[in-house]
Design a binder for this molecule. Sequence first.
Ligand code: ATP
Length: 357
Amino acid sequence: MANHLVLGILNGDDIGHEIVPAAVAVTKAAAGRTGLEIDWRPMPIGRSALDSEGSTFPEGTIEALMKMDGFILGPIGHQAYPKVAGAINPHPILRKRFNLFANVRPTRSYPGLGAIYDDIDLVIVRENNEGFQPDRNVVAGSGEFRPTEEMTISVRVITRLGSSRVARAAFEIAQQRKKRLTLVHKNTVFKLGCGMFVEECHRVAKEFPDVTVDEVIVDTMAMRLIRDPQSFDVIVTTNMFGDILTDEAAGLVGGLGMAPGLCIGEGAIAMAQATHGSAPDIAGKGIANPFAMIESARMMVEWLGHNRKLPQAVQAATIMEKAITAALADPATRTRDIRGTGGTSHMTNGILRHISG
Ligand code: ATP
């Protein structure tokens, strides 16, 4: 299917209705510049789908997604869903159903945003489908249960397969970058769980002899991300550690609005999903930072370009990158959370102007 992508649009909740259209507009404009054809398919999901179709994740959505190359998923505000049967959190289902086992989360500084550092460029690859997250580490029931009123047990799942495939995804990224990969874990305490993760990472390392591997214990990593984040390039870790470290890393470069993400698996489909939540506190005000969502879409287009061998997609991603960087350099086309004077539309329009350039 040369020169053609089918991409879903799932707005999600709250600020998703503002930042997902921004990401689509920017991707469309860049694709238009390179001749990349994209067949966009808006799909219902989230609170608005509950109101219109009786479910936050209607049956038809997942079937339709199965025929696509990728999709943009806006943030989901499931904590605010009413307690009714059709109100479910689609995240774990999507990640599991499409086997999106690697969550690739870059942290990059752009100068002038008033961030703690101006020189960070690292990627955290977080295992996405097992670990401590009780809503996704079992196929039925929950990985957390309460045998008595006085006791709760949370189960952490680590498998050889889950560990080796996220490790391989991280090694592949490391190979494209500085050929350095840091394994983050706590096998000093979780001797079996983290122990298995580390064993599998080292097993996969043999396939990538040109990548240098080191290890950092997770609590030390939390400290070193603050002290010397520049000494890291690609980091791979288990689900919960990755969840926490990626938010910490976002804090170093301007906050959650600067934290994009791409969920990938065995290559059938990619999901662009920003790290942040649906930010109900700022929804509808036109002030949400669209960077994370736009950059997540850019990562998806670039990844699909390489994966589907579509040079026009890779080119479109390069155009987006340049336009995003140029818009971020001007306070008038940045949002206020990153020392700008504009809102979501100023930033989006600024990027669009640089694309049409
Ligand atoms: P979740 O648990 O779903 O990840 P959360 O509880 O971590 O969500 P968020 O919705 O991510 O919370 O919001 C945390 C804070 O970051 C809020 O104050 C919110 O306004 C801010 N924030 C999140 N995303 C953005 C954004 N794109 N632009 C500006 N501020 C944001």
